[in-house]
Design a protein around this ligand. Sequence first.
Ligand code: ATP
Length: 252
Amino acid sequence: MSPDGAPPVLRLIDVGWRVGGATILEQVTLDVHEGEFLAFIGPNGAGKTSLFNLVSGLNPTTAGRILLDGADITGLPPHARARRGLGRTFQTSSLWPGMTVADHVRLAAQAARGGSYGLWRRARPFADAVGGTLERTGLGPRAEALAGSLSHGEKRKLELAVLLVGDPRVMLLDEPMAGVSAEEVPALTELIRSLHRDEGRTVLMVEHHMDLLLGLADRLAVLHHGTLLALDAPDAVMADATVQSAYLGEAL
Ligand SMILES: Nc1ncnc2c1ncn2[C@@H]1O[C@H](COP(=O)(O)OP(=O)(O)OP(=O)(O)O)[C@@H](O)[C@H]1O
């Protein structure tokens, strides 16, 4: 239960992943509350992306259960989870360099709504959704630019736009700041903050830079060797001796 008594939007119960004889994730149990911003940190190879792969359905969970709005989604494919409001971005770029910004968002809108692209394309709500998403992400002036010509920060915004046009309630963002220049980080951070704060979306985000997470995340989940080492408010996690030693003196 959340502090106000509402059931968690997402529940991971003893979730595990074994592949090729190796145990990558083991007994990960956590609840995510509606509207919460939960950040995942942990040393390289701790299992953060692997966990997102299980939650989004990209890889099959080999132990435990995943519940969305109380319903068991453990065996559902990614598109079925997306239809229920759970969407993700990827650590590495998933864009088509030769396709325009607007066409990326149009195609994503079509995929989210189903039906014929031609029919949807002429429909007013469809055009409004695409235009609104481009404005929302600050990509309006770049609508006709090719994705390959975008800066790293703009590419990350486009990946968010592709996700947002499907109107996910629960967003999994895997290192959305990766490769982004220092000048572009503040605008991207503000966009992500407002998706959570102003639009009330539930955000799960993998991020290595603690300084970006302070003031953004409600709680931090620390993964280490595939297990959940800590789950608490950022201050408490940073003061946790077990967490400090997991990083072996690396700056958190
Ligand atoms: N398909 C796979 N088959 C076998 N091992 C895998 C597979 N995918 C990931 N792993 C292993 O699982 C472990 C966790 O990887 P994962 O990418 O989830 O870590 P991470 O915490 O996201 O790391 P980083 O911070 O470097 O992105 C690593 O040892 C990785 O080599």
